[in-house]
Write a protein that binds this ligand. Structure first.
Ligand code: SAH
Ligand code: MG
Length: 209
């Protein structure tokens, strides 16, 4: 991956360590052979740089979905709240300005497209088959499950499904992403092709979901 992009990703606010980011980039290169990429959970654009770099290299695009209001844990008073992301006018979390700044600084404006809105509402109206879906949105059981149910059907055969924050040990983190990963593998539709820390990468090998 390009040095400037690696530095931009490192400098961006967010939750994507460099080792997992590079694994995501590799998965993106594979997915982009089959169609455009889509991620749920843009936040401030950190993961979007890794996937955007892959999309650009393959001359396709990354759709980055987020309502930009933050998840539960990003709200004021919660563990992962960042006061830099508060909109002074509304006093609410708004990550869209930081996202735009990250993508412009990285020079990926032509390869990363912000899709601003609720994941489920967008997925239900989505019509473009996808080469890859990366799930890194809300981490409640309801949010993670619906991201899988709503978006997995849009992945083409041989396309990639990646999930972040899969913790084997419940003491290390919430179990919703892990449950979704287990379900995807159990379905017989996805098979694991690689993993890096909490990132799981699968390939779509079947049609039933
Ligand atoms: N991938 C990011 C981290 C994502 S954090 C990185 O690399 O840093 C999770 C994001 O999911 C938050 O920005 C939150 O706003 C978004 N999110 C949570 N629930 C959502 C929903 N229902 N629809 C759209 N976005 C959602
Ligand atoms: Mg994550």
């Amino acid at each position: 991956m390009d040095d400037h992009l690696i530095r931009s990703a490192r400098d961006a606010i967010g939750f994507m360590p460099a080792d997992e980011g590079l694994a995501l980039y590799e998965a993106g290169l594979e997915g982009a052979l089959h169609g455009p990429l889509l991620e749920i959970g843009s936040y401030c654009g950190k993961s979007a740089i890794y996937l955007g770099a892959a999309a650009e290299e393959r001359m396709t695009i990354l759709f980055s979905v987020d309502h930009h209001q933050g998840s539960e844990e990003h709200q004021p008073g919660e563990k992962y709240h960042d006061p830099r992301l508060l909109d002074p006018k509304t006093g609410k979390v708004d990550t869209l300005p930081a996202f735009k700044e990250t993508i412009v600084k990285a020079g990926l404006e032509n390869s990363v497209v912000a899709v601003v809105g609720d994941s489920s509402s967008i997925a239900k109206r989505w019509e473009r088959p996808l080469g890859m879906v990366f799930i890194d949105g809300g981490h409640s059981e309801k949010a993670a499950t619906s991201d899988y149910e709503d978006w997995a059907p849009h992945i083409v055969e041989k396309g990639i499904l990646a999930i972040h924050d899969v913790f084997e040990d419940p003491n290390e983190g919430g179990q919703a992403p892990r449950q979704v990963f287990d379900r995807a593998v159990r379905s017989g539709t996805f098979e694991e092709i690689s993993r890096c820390a909490t990132l799981r990468v699968m390939r779509r090998t079947g049609t039933s979901l």
